[in-house]
Ligand binder design. Structure first.
Ligand SMILES: C[S@@+](CC[C@H](N)C(=O)[O-])C[C@H]1O[C@@H](n2cnc3c(N)ncnc32)[C@H](O)[C@@H]1O
Length: 217
């Protein structure tokens, strides 16, 4: 397994400023991506007004901008990519959201301690970037007050082959970042063990999109 430090340095190089700029232009033209739009749809029935969010690995920040537009009080981006964070921060300043936003660079499982517990946590295409799915989900379950919404890849042989080829291409570029296909049932088990129930599930091939709510008691 890649060390967390190598993983984070690799993510910073892989998700660079050039990629961030390209995705940002796409966002301005077309809005949130297909998968992000489905996460937004799942969260739409919940109260957002006055609530807070940590968007883990939020990239250019599409989920955060939606959250603030719905009346969210505070949003924090935690990302291993300095290029993405810089792009997101520029957008926040342009939209006069400086006071309501916070940007933290680093490995979420380490730097989350710098941020208060939010109502919501989102992990859109992030668990697949992380070598240890159990750790990233457990940290999120302990940290969120009410809801966690995430997207992660379907498992099975085809996903594994695609991921393996992706990892090989990245390795050829001498980058330590790797994509991971984690076992779907095990991911769901962690949420259950941590006292969360699944309230929404959609498939947007090849992604599972799910929202979990903390159970009372
Ligand atoms: C595939 S991109 C997804 C970006 C965005 N959520 C989206 O759906 O467009 C994965 C993101 O997770 C970030 N990331 C990967 N590992 C991370 C970690 N350990 N801590 C924080 N962010 C991480 C990457 O830097 C990148 O921004």
């Amino acid at each position: 397994m890649t060390s967390i430090q190598d993983h984070c340095c690799g993510a910073d190089v892989f998700f660079d400023k050039k990629t961030a700029k390209k995705q940002y232009r796409q966002y301005l033209k077309k809005g949130p991506s297909r998968v992000t739009a489905k996460i937004i749809r799942q969260l739409t029935n919940n109260t957002i007004e006055g609530k807070s969010l940590i968007d883990v690995g939020g990239g250019i920040g599409a989920l955060q901008w939606w959250f603030l537009q719905q009346g969210g009080s505070q949003s924090t981006a935690i990302d291993a990519s300095s290029g993405y964070l810089q792009q997101a921060e520029e957008h926040a300043i342009k939209n006069a959201w400086g006071e309501k936003t916070n940007f933290v660079l680093g490995d979420y499982t380490v730097v989350h301690t710098q941020v208060d517990r939010p109502d919501y946590i989102t992990l859109d295409k992030v668990v697949c970037c992380y070598p240890d799915y159990k750790q990233i989900i457990e940290v999120s379950c302990k940290k969120a007050k009410t809801h966690i919404a995430l997207s992660y890849p379907i498992d099975g042989i085809i996903s594994k082959i695609v991921s393996w080829f992706g990892a090989l291409l990245i390795k050829f570029k001498s980058n330590s970042f790797r994509p991971y296909v984690h076992p779907v049932n095990k991911i769901r088990e962690v949420f259950h063990e941590q006292g969360y129930e699944r309230v929404s599930h959609t498939l947007a091939f090849p992604w599972h999109i799910e929202t979990y709510r903390r159970m009372k008691g």
